[in-house]
Write a protein that binds this ligand. Sequence first.
Ligand code: DNO
Length: 344
Amino acid sequence: MKWTFRWFGHNDPVPLAHVTQIPGLDDVTTSLLDVPAGVAWPAQAIRERKALLAKHGLTWTVVESIPVTEAIKTARPDRDVHLAAWIETMERLAAEGVTTVCYNFMPVFDWWRSTFDRVLDDGSNAMAYDQVDVDRTDVRAGVEQRIAWAQGYSAAEMEEAFAPYDAMDESDLLGNLAYFLEAVTPTAERLGVRLALHPDDPPWPIFGLPRIVGDEASIARILDLTPSPAHGLTFCTGSLGANPDNDLVAMARRFAPRVAFVHARNVRHHGVRSFHEVAHHRAAGDVDLPTVLRVFAEAGVSVPLRPDHGRMIWGETGIQGYGLYDRALGLAYLQGIWEALNVE
Ligand code: DNO
């Protein structure tokens, strides 16, 4: 595995000087959040980010994410312009050695939680999702920025974002994903880039918007759109594991050859469509990360892996899910398992 760690850029309260102190880590997963979606990232800005990481002894090989715009997801007439920019960004990144590209195809929102700081029994806090609370949220009235990806939407912007989906169902969205893949995959193949589609988080429709990357059948259907080795998956154990019906071990086994990137995260279920995030350790939640890693080891999967969402512990504040301490503990735990599996 290539061990990597997400860093959000200059607004990330976690300093790179601390990231570089994590044992066994040499790579950072990052993106250029300041560039508006739909615009090609300037080559110079990419080089600057790479140089900044290099100053701390860190490489940059994974981008998370190049945003897929609403124009692309809803097949607006300007989608080809956005696709050209997306491809140009990928080319410029590949020229600097960034060859794993994480992206998602979730309408309007990226991941969603109903609670950001649920206090757990040990006094730490973590994000949680409860469908009853989500159902009570009048999202069309606008949302504030509580999540790392979010721009925040006003009510008017929200209406505009939702409107195209009134006339779309899952198969339309799947068709737009197929169009996207047809456009970007040949260039990815030529550049030796692996595209890593992130599952929906949570893996079911929210706010009446379609979602199409949530379980074994839907992922198999998407991977079958093209057999290209460039068309891969981000195996996010937390997103997929939020649905207790998903058999992660079976999915890891089946999709191993297509896994391009791993997000290791653990959740604890407490009812239907209700869970909170926990430490990466097996005993802490319902996701069996050691067994998933064993499956990957047996299948010869060697791709970038990062510890995903942790709790906030030891008084740390910052970007929810993305504190330094719990993710670093998670990384150490996962690396220990991997070493004990004796694969490298
Ligand atoms: C959550 C992340 C996601 C992920 C995107 C990929 O913390 O795993 O936001 O970055 O869905 O495009």
